[in-house]
Design a protein around this ligand. Structure first.
Ligand code: NAP
Ligand code: MG
Length: 500
């Protein structure tokens, strides 16, 4: 049975929470021009814990101007690559030095268990800056031999330059607040771009602290500007701004489509990391115990608020009952509570809105005939807690199978043959990730090729690394985050041709 415990906020976080939280524009911390602020909630208690400045279009205007000035001055893009690399590396070091504080900030803002915040969010964020620091000195063009048919005997020296795309708008979600900021800022900084970053309204805290750390690391004024505020105002102004050269967005597919339309005005470049409904496939020849634990982790990690969560569990029919029982047992025994309690395995959902959304899906799934073999309801307690839930007897047309719930809810379905499973796995508009569990390596590689997904995990799930590209097929997005691939989003290629 799930139980809920009350949180206690670490002392070191209290002073940060009570200090005014402002916008970072051109190296200065300033109030929103409107003077407005908005409340920041602790999802474990449903209490307001801080206020953040509510930036809107007027503040975005100033932030874009500051980013443009910093870009055009060359203070960042024309700094030597090795100097840039050192500053980016230093940001990673400072994240690590402040790991406890940042982890506590993620817990109070997002709800996630503090141990997870430190081991995953904070550690991966530090790693991302260090990985991208390495690339700053390795951005190279090519020399290209020419054979121009209409200039017989012509001799040319042709080469390409890789140049930063310019001023970049970055809009991020609330599920991994610091890490999403790192995924976005890392490659943009490595390539010499300047940035206006908007964190999600639910989780503005760690981005503000990261802004402070960027300056402590020696980042010139105006290179990173941070506008806290709402999507419909601040976010929309960034996406539509004529002096923003590129927008990078992570969030819902619905808002991704709005971003594309807004970007059309000046044809700014767009990359999108959107939703998912990822299949997790367990064959009957898998190491069943490992697969059961992996399937539970694939959906319950981060309260299920993971774009690549394994939310459709396909189990070969002979082991279906055993696997469903195993995942359900893990779910039923999970300790749900405050992220500040060291024994907590699952925290609250991020917001009242998300709580209502997930509760709505639970009701819809049960009404449609799915059966909860674990969980199935919200937890009657202050804070946005829901039970880790396993739905069996789910069928393909149900909303819980088709739509992204973004909560700790997995729909389990049996499959019989190898040919059938590829179709079932791909029966969604999304294509972000997939999991495959089998001891037959050939079977694993075959299905990995058939699945339309940007990431395929075999005998593991949710393995992320700064070096490994991540992004979506189909309606899960455009472009890739992380790895060498992420740099391309922030570079453009200039061909230079010289007659000798
Ligand atoms: P969302 O609305 O897509 O939010 C993502 C970011 O976009 C936030 O910073 C948001 O700002 C901003 N935004 C919202 N409307 C905008 C607009 N018109 N123009 C520019 N920016 C805008 O996601 P959500 O409402 O937080 O969550 C809804 C669902 O999205 C979730 O249930 C889940 O299914 C999905 N989601 C996916 C991911 C992912 O990693 N792929 C992450 C989060 C959510 P505000 O937060 O300030 O409104
Ligand atoms: Mg929103």
């Amino acid at each position: 049975m799930s139980t809920v415990t009350q949180p206690s906020v670490p002392e070191n976080l209290k002073s940060f929470l009570s200090a005014p939280k402002k916008l970072l524009i051109g190296g200065q911390w300033v109030d929103a021009k409107s003077g407005k602020t908005f409340d920041v909630y602790d999802p474990a208690t449903d209490q307001v814990v801080a206020q953040a400045a509510e930036g809107d279009a007027a503040d975005v205007e100033l932030a874009v101007a500051a980013a443009r000035k910093a870009f055009d001055s060359g203070a960042w893009s024309k700094m030597t690559a090795s100097q840039r690399s050192r500053i980016i590396w230093k940001i990673g070091d400072l994240i690590e030095d402040n790991a406890d504080e940042l982890a506590a900030m993620e817990t109070i803002d997002n709800g996630k268990p503090i141990g997870v915040a430190k081991a995953a969010d904070v550690a991966l964020a530090a790693d991302m800056f260090r990985y991208m620091a390495g690339w700053a000195t390795k951005i190279e063009g090519n020399t290209i031999p020419l054979n121009v048919p209409y200039v017989p005997g012509g001799q040319f020296h042709a080469y390409t330059l890789k140049e930063p795309v310019g001023v970049v708008g970055q809009i991020i979600p609330w599920n991994f607040p610091l890490l999403m900021a790192a995924w976005k800022l890392g490659p943009a900084l490595a390539t010499g771009c300047t940035i206006v970053l908007k964190p999600a309204e639910q989780t503005p805290l760690s981005a503000i602290r990261l802004g402070e750390l960027c300056h402590e690391a020696g980042l010139p004024d105006g290179v990173v500007n941070i506008i806290t505020g709402f999507g419909e105002t601040a976010g929309a102004a960034i996406a539509a701004h004529d002096d923003v050269d590129k927008v990078a967005f992570t969030g819902s597919t619905e808002v991704g489509k709005i971003i594309i339309k807004a970007a059309a005005g000046n044809l700014k470049k767009v990359t999108l990391e959107l939703g998912g409904k990822s299949p997790n496939v367990i064959y009957d020849d898998a190491d069943i115990e490992t697969a059961i634990a992996g399937a539970a982790d694939a959906i319950f990690f981060n309260q299920g608020q993971v774009c690549s969560a394994g939310s459709r569990l396909f189990v070969q029919s002979g082991i279906y009952d055993e696997v469903v029982a195993g995942v359900s047992e893990i779910a039923s025994n999970m300790k749900v509570g405050s992220g500040f309690d060291a024994s907590t395995q699952m925290g609250p959902l991020v917001s009242r809105e998300q709580f209502d959304r997930v509760s709505g899906y639970l009701k819809a799934g049960l009404d449609a005939g799915a059966e909860a073999s674990a969980g199935g309801a919200a937890i009657d307690q202050p804070g946005y807690f829901v039970q880790p839930t396993v739905l069996k007897n789910a069928s393909p047309e149900m909303s819980v199978v088709q739509e992204e719930i973004f909560g700790p809810v997995v729909a389990a379905m049996p499959f019989t043959s190898d040919t059938e499973i590829a179709c079932q796995a791909n029966d969604t508009t999304y294509g972000l990730a997939a999991g495959i569990w089998t001891r037959d390596i050939s079977k694993a590689h075959k299905l990995a090729r058939q699945v339309k997904a940007g990431t395929v995990w075999v005998n593991c799930y949710s393995i992320f690394d700064a070096a490994l590209p991540f992004g979506g097929y189909k309606q899960s997005g455009w472009g890739r985050e992380m790895g060498h691939a992420a740099l391309e989003n922030y570079l453009q290629t200039k061909s230079v041709c010289v007659s000798l």
